[in-house]
Structure formats: C-alpha cells, structure tokens
Write a protein that binds this ligand. Structure first.
Ligand code: NDP
Length: 243
C-alpha cells in the first residue's frame, strides 16, 4: 500500500494530461462506462461489507476501543456507500469501469487491512488507549475532517438545482480557502484515523488518500481557473494557505 501510494502520487503528478476519468474529468475513449450512482455503490461496498465482516470475526470485536473505531468507520462508509450516491445531483451521468474497478480493489484491500487490524491484530487497544493522547487527538482530527467533508459535499450538491448539470463556483465553509474543501476534509479525516489507531494500515490509508486526492485537487483547481474568469485567485487547491 505504501509503495502503491508513492507510485500513484508520482504518476498522477507527472502525467500532465492524465486525470482519473470520472466527474468533470471523464471523457470519451476512457473505456466502458457505468451509471455513476451504481458505480459509487459498487466500488465503496467493500468498505461496509468486508470491513464489517473482518471486524466481526476478530477476537477483540466487542472491546470498547475497537468498537469506537468500528462505529466511526461505518458512520462514514455507510453514508458514502448507500446514501451519498443518491444525494448527488449528477452532472456526469457515468463513471468509467476503470475507476469502479480500481476503487473496488483499493477498498477491498484497505477494508481488509483496517478491519482485521483493529479487531484482531492490534494488542494495545485496551481501555488504557481511551486516555492516550494519540486517541484523543486522532479522534478530534477525524471528527473535524468528517464535518468539513460533509459540509463541503453539501455545498457542492446544492450548487445545482434539480436537473441542472453545469458547474458553479463553490463558496462558503472551507471553500473560502481551497478549491477542493471536500478533499481537504477527507484527507484530514484519515490522518485523524491514522493518529487515533496509531497503526500501519491507518497510515497507509491516510497516505493513499492524500496521494489520490492531491493530484485530483490540482486538476480541479486548474479547471476552475480556466473556466471562471472571476475565480477567487487567493484560493489554494487543497491545503489552506499551502497548496
Ligand atoms: P467532486 O468534488 O469531484 O464531486 C462531488 C460532487 O459534486 C459530484 O456530484 C460533482 O458533480 C459535484 N460538483 C463538484 N464540483 C461542482 C461544481 N463546481 N458545481 C456543481 N457541482 C459540482 O468529488 P469526487 O466525486 O471526487 O468525490 C466525492 C467524495 O468522495 C468526496 O467527499 C471525496 O472526498 C470522496 N473521495 C474519497 C477518496 C479517497 O481516496 N478516500 C477518493 C475519491 C473521492 P460531477 O460528478 O458532475 O462532476
């Protein structure tokens, strides 16, 4: 996962004209296409089904700390898999089979690693971990990222009236500082997860998320600048004041 994250980051940053083909960067010739909502459900489903299974068969599944992690994970992924796809006001009706396959593969590996780790492999998630500063800091960062991600996705969704397909300039929340506030929230969330779990699977997930979303945020940011002459020039792509 660490090696893959490094390869993905390098490729996505160096292949100047390549954008992962979904949403505004989807294009003809990018291969077979899927219905976007169905595609989201399929590619995210391992994060609920496989994660819950791996978690449930772990020896420590009923302990307090793993349970906290499990609940946080599932709150995010039940929404992302079964609610979010039906909330979006789809502009691009399709998603490529390539993206769905890659997403499914990634979520399968990631859910196995994280679910298995927190309920079986980790031996340090006793009740003492509840008072460890890493737990408190990580959960705080996770919840902050979660709120930013949800708020930003809501702002994006409400840019379009029902039936509209065009793109507008997002405003409010963390969009004051960055073009991709939802990606900033998502990355913050999984950094929080990595800190709270203090685990290699958690760290791999956080790095993978950043490797995937940072180049995409750069593409979105450039796209906004090219399409809107009045686009706020002080905004960064994904990390406030930095990038
Ligand atoms: P985008 O920001 O590209 O799009 C989100 C939704 O908002 C889409 O329905 C899109 O429509 C719409 N939208 C975006 N910008 C505008 C605009 N300016 N005007 C009108 N509508 C707009 O996000 P993604 O689809 O890439 O990601 C969705 C969620 O999934 C995010 O919360 C993201 O953080 C998360 N995610 C997590 C990943 C991870 O590695 N953990 C990987 C990828 C996503 P359209 O589809 O028509 O462009």
């Amino acid at each position: 996962m660490f090696v893959l994250a490094a390869i993905v980051l390098t490729l996505l940053f160096t292949m100047k004209n390549f954008n992962v083909p979904y949403g505004r960067h989807n294009r003809e010739g990018a291969g077979p296409q899927f219905d976007a909502r169905l595609g989201w459900v399929i590619m995210e489903s391992p994060s609920v089904i496989l994660f819950a299974t791996m978690y449930g068969i772990g020896a420590n599944a009923s302990n307090a700390v793993p349970l906290v992690f499990c609940v946080l994970w599932l709150i995010h992924y039940v929404h992302r898999t079964f609610i979010y796809p039906f909330q979006i006001r789809v502009g691009q009706a399709n998603i490529t089979l390539f993206v769905v396959s890659m997403g499914f593969l990634f979520n399968t590996i990631n859910s196995y690693l994280n679910g298995r780790y927190i309920s079986q492999v980790a031996q340090n998630y006793t009740t003492d971990w509840l008072t460890d500063p890493r737990f408190a800091i990580g959960i705080t960062v996770f919840v902050t990222g979660f709120i930013i991600n949800r708020q930003s996705d809501n702002i994006l969704r409400n840019l379009r009236k029902p039936g509209e397909k065009d793109y507008k300039i997002p405003r409010g929340g963390m969009f004051k500082y960055v073009s991709c506030a939802n990606y900033f929230g998502e990355s913050t969330q999984w950094i929080g997860w990595a800190i709270a779990t203090w685990s290699l699977p958690g760290l791999a997930f956080a790095l993978w998320t950043i490797s995937n979303l940072l180049p995409r945020a750069r593409s979105h940011h450039r796209w906004y600048i090219n399409h809107f002459s009045d686009y706020p020039r002080n905004r960064k792509a994904m990390i406030p004041f930095l990038y």
